[in-house]
Every structure is written in C-alpha cells, then in structure tokens.
Ligand binder design. Structure first.
Ligand code: SAM
Length: 261
C-alpha cells in the first residue's frame, strides 16, 4: 500500500514561513464550506444509526501540519454532537476516532505535538499517498480533504520530455501552454481521480460521507484567465528567472576559476 508518486510536503514546524502560519486563506474556505458540510452531516447521522457504542471514524486526507486540520475535524465533530443533542440523544453521543493522513515526509511530529488538548477524539496518523488504499474496507464514516486533491500524484512525464509535443518548456503550470500540455495534465488528473475514488469507494462504510474542498475553474473561463493559473504562471516566471541567474553565476565562477588556475 506504500507511497506512490511524488511528494512535496508543506513547510514544516511553526516558524514564520511555516504552513501553520501561512494557511489562513485555506482556513477561511474550510469555514465558508461549513454550512453545507453541517447539512450533509445532519443527513448521515440519521443513516448511520448512532448509539453510545458507535465509534465514528473520520479521516482527513492531506492534513499537513495544522492547525486547519484540527479546525476542520472539530467542526465535523461539533456538527454530529449538535445533531444528537437536537434529537434529545445527549446520552447517545458517540466516540470519535480521527485519522490524520498525509505523505510520509509530512511533519507529523509538529502535527501531533500541537493536537488540541481537549481530548475530544482518539487520534492516529496514517502516512501514505491518498492515491492508494490507506484504510480497511468499509472502515470510515466520514472522509474529509481540503486543498489537497488538486495535487497530482506526479508531474506528467510528457511535459518534461523535450522530444514530446507536450513539452512545457520548463514552465511549472499550463495556463499559457499549448493544448498538448493541458491534455497531459488533464489525463494525469483523470488517472489520479479514478485511483482516489476507487480507493475511497472501498474504504467508506455504507451511508458514509465524503467532503472534498479544492480549487476549481468555472465552466467557460479559459485556463489563461483563471486567477489561480495566472498566479502559478507568475510564480513559474520568477522561478525560471532565479534559475537563470543561478546558472549565469555558476558560469561566471567557473570562468573565474579557470582564469585563476
Ligand atoms: C495545501 S496542503 C492542505 C493542508 C490542509 N488540508 C489545509 O486545508 O490547510 C496540501 C497537503 O496535501 C498533501 N498531499 C498532496 N498529495 C498527497 C497525496 N498523494 N497523499 C497524501 N497527502 C498529499 C501535501 O503533503 C500537503 O500537506
């Protein structure tokens, strides 16, 4: 079941440039989705026939280092508890187990050392790619994933192959690229999504719920005009400029050293 594809974990720890301190935008979106999530949870609580002996198992896929994952999990648990209380089932409030999943190179130490102290749930780490099986059959009631499934399992091979019509000329994204490049990314996305959904279809219990939050482009908006894509294009240009400057410096130094010897 191990790791598949490439892994680029978020900046670890809790320093100035860490993911923990630079992910407010993502948290705001998780917050904005909470009403829809709450409504979906109300429906599944009825279907799952909760009793005090039930343990509700929730997984957050691509959890990173927090605190967003804790915030999202607390919201889900609160919605379930509220529903039980509203039905006069205070004594029926179940136990919760939360599985925190990310790539093995994720900073799980930081994640677990900043777990909320209230001990509302039993927690466990599940390292590995969500593009493969991570959990036993029918074992999860709720799967949550925010800002993670837009990460492909790998850069499509064709876009880095100079001999391919889909070669992306060193760019990191496809906003201003040829159709062949867009098609290569699109094919990789379709393959990854199929693997993601096949794995979850086996892992989620009957009547369970999957909550996926990820950036998307509205129909009719061209790739080149979608704000996220424009940002990635600008970032790509800066990286290419930096790489070019580094190359020039290496050439200058090597000429200097040759002149010296
Ligand atoms: C932008 S962070 C999102 C973190 C958190 N869910 C949030 O909303 O703030 C994306 C996370 O997805 C993880 N990720 C990307 N591809 C993954 C994969 N195939 N399997 C598991 N985690 C993955 C990355 O390591 C990263 O921690």
């Amino acid at each position: 079941m191990g790791n598949i594809g490439e892994a680029y974990p978020m900046k670890s720890g809790d320093g100035l440039h860490s993911y923990s301190n630079n992910s407010y935008f993502q948290r705001d979106i998780i917050n904005a989705a909470m009403q829809i999530v709450g409504e979906a949870i109300v429906k599944i609580v009825d279907i799952l026939k909760i009793s005090p002996s039930t343990t509700i198992r929730v997984a957050d896929l691509g959890c990173s280092v927090g605190p967003n994952t804790f915030f999202a999990m607390e919201n889900i648990l609160e919605a379930i508890e509220l529903k039980c209380q509203n039905q006069g089932l205070d004594s029926q409030i179940p136990e919760f187990q939360v599985f925190f999943n990310d790539q093995t190179s994720n900073d799980f130490n930081s994640l677990f050392s900043s777990l909320p102290p209230n001990g509302r749930y039993h927690s466990a780490g599940v390292p590995g790619s969500f593009y493969s099986r991570l959990f036993p059959n029918h074992s999860l009631h709720i799967v949550h994933s925010s800002f993670s499934i837009q990460w492909l399992s790998r850069v499509p091979k064709k876009v880095v192959d100079r001999s391919s019509p889909a070669w992306n000329k060193g760019r990191i994204y496809y906003a201003s690229a040829a159709d062949e490049v867009v098609e290569a990314y699109s094919a990789q996305c379709a393959e990854d999504m199929a693997r993601f959904l096949q794995a979850r279809a086996q892992e989620i219990a009957d009547g369970g719920l999957m909550i996926l939050i990820f950036p998307a482009r509205l129909d009719g908006i061209p790739h080149s005009q979608f704000s996220n894509n424009i940002m990635f294009d600008m970032l790509g240009c800066c990286l290419m400029d930096m790489a070019q400057k580094a190359r020039n410096m290496v050439v200058r130094w090597s000429i200097h050293i040759q002149g010296f010897s």
